[in-house]
Ligand binder design. Structure first.
Ligand code: SF4
Ligand code: SF4
Length: 381
């Protein structure tokens, strides 16, 4: 048995298992990549077998394991989720470090009682909310076609007011809502003080005009972030933070971000294994499948996925931004180009935009010796 007391937590390798608990959802978002919506939930046996396989894999590779819940809307299977938590905890002593838990939710079924349960167990909650009512309601709609912003805003308020819950807000940016991006961030940052992540919808087609809108909106967003540092209360925008971090800790490693196939196992409702939760869909893409709860991990398919992930085009190999760019992420590549190892032209342009913008902002704030910026990125005490 390995003594976890002697290993720094950052040194522990982790396998993340994402369980897609149901195909059903309370919403019908226009950009949803989670497959068809119908009443079909994971069985307890499938969940148990998936957790067993991931824990066995973690033990065999000297890793720990995180369990994350996804859907559809996972809170529709609240009892199953609680059961999975208890079952994983019953095997926790076999791992090198305690498992951690997470949940991605649209917030519509979140109650104070559920939030307390999740907070007491230190879940990381990712709540999907696309900013302001105008931005959110463009895509995130109820089955009757009406916008869901009011429901989700209530859940966000519960999270914001909770004394100890760990959370992040996920805001999806698409060609048809990008014109609201800066107003969307304004709304989010005035209602929520946690980390906000802008998830660019790489599954969609982005025209040149859409990219121009993204560029001008992102400039406004960056000005907002700069202002927030100057008032001493920085907006925690993951996109900018991540790019600054890649500058400060630049690495020559290829594929510094992507763990798909190797340390990411997403399990479909029917128990099939996929390299990332974003790639599960209806659970029927054979080229991305690498095993199931009955036969275990298909090693040949797993090795193929690991060998294929990350962009290997000559342009990326020679690019000075390659270690700061998301080209290493197989699932982002797949969303943008249909291949794990190719980026679309839009992904390349948007990454250059995000890196250059973050660098300009960081330079300004560094020159000003902005106290909030210096504390956030240079205070190692
Ligand atoms: S809330 Fe999530 S799973 Fe449900 S429709 Fe929207 S994107 Fe899809
Ligand atoms: S910026 Fe473009 S060329 Fe450079 S590494 Fe990223 S995707 Fe490849």
């Amino acid at each position: 048995m390995v003594n976890s007391q002697k290993i720094h937590p950052l040194m522990i390798r982790v396998i993340t298992c994402t369980l897609c608990l149901t195909h059903d959802c309370t919403l019908r978002c226009r950009y949803c990549y989670a497959g068809r919506k119908y009443s079909h939930a994971m069985t307890r046996e499938t969940a148990q077998r998936a957790i067993d396989i991931v824990f066995d894999e973690a033990r065999a590779t000297g890793s720990s394991a995180d369990i994350s819940f996804f859907g559809g809307e996972p809170l529709m299977e609240w009892e199953l989720l609680q059961w999975c938590y208890d079952y994983a905890q019953s095997r926790a002593g076999e791992l090198i470090a305690p498992p951690r838990f997470g949940l991605t939710t649209n917030g519509t079924l979140l109650t104070a009682e559920k939030l307390n349960w999740l907070a007491e167990r230190d879940f990381l909650i990712g709540i999907s909310i696309d900013g302001s009512p105008a931005m959110h309601n463009t895509n995130r709609r109820r089955p009757d076609g009406t916008g869901s912003h009011a429901d989700v805003a209530q859940a966000l308020q519960l999270i914001e007011q909770h004394p100890r819950v760990r959370s992040q807000a996920i805001c999806v940016v698409t060609p048809n809502n990008v014109q609201h991006l800066s107003e969307g961030l304004e709304w989010l940052s005035s209602h929520y003080s946690g980390t906000i992540g802008l998830n660019i919808d790489y599954w969609s087609e982005w025209s040149d005009e859409d990219f121009d809108t993204l560029t001008s909106q992102y400039a406004l967003v960056t000005e907002q972030v700069a202002r927030s540092y100057r008032t001493g209360q920085p907006i925690l925008l993951r996109n900018i933070d991540d790019k600054i971090a890649t500058h400060l800790h630049e690495s020559d490693d290829d594929c510094v971000h992507c763990r798909i196939g190797e340390r990411e196992i997403a399990v479909s409702v029917d128990g099939n294994f996929f390299p990332c939760s974003r790639l599960v869909g209806d659970g029927d893409k054979e080229e991305l499948n690498f095993g199931n709860v009955t036969d275990g991990i298909n090693r040949a398919r797993q090795q193929y996925i690991i060998a294929t992930r990350g962009c290997s085009t000559p342009a990326c190999k020679l690019c000075s931004l390659r270690n700061r760019c998301t080209n290493s992420c197989g699932c982002t590549n797949y969303a943008s180009s249909g291949k794990l190892n190719e980026v679309s032209a839009f992904l390349c342009c948007s990454e250059k935009l995000f890196i250059n913008t973050a660098d300009q902002l960081a330079e300004q704030l560094y020159e000003e010796k902005n106290p909030a910026f210096m504390k956030r990125f240079y205070d190692f005490s």
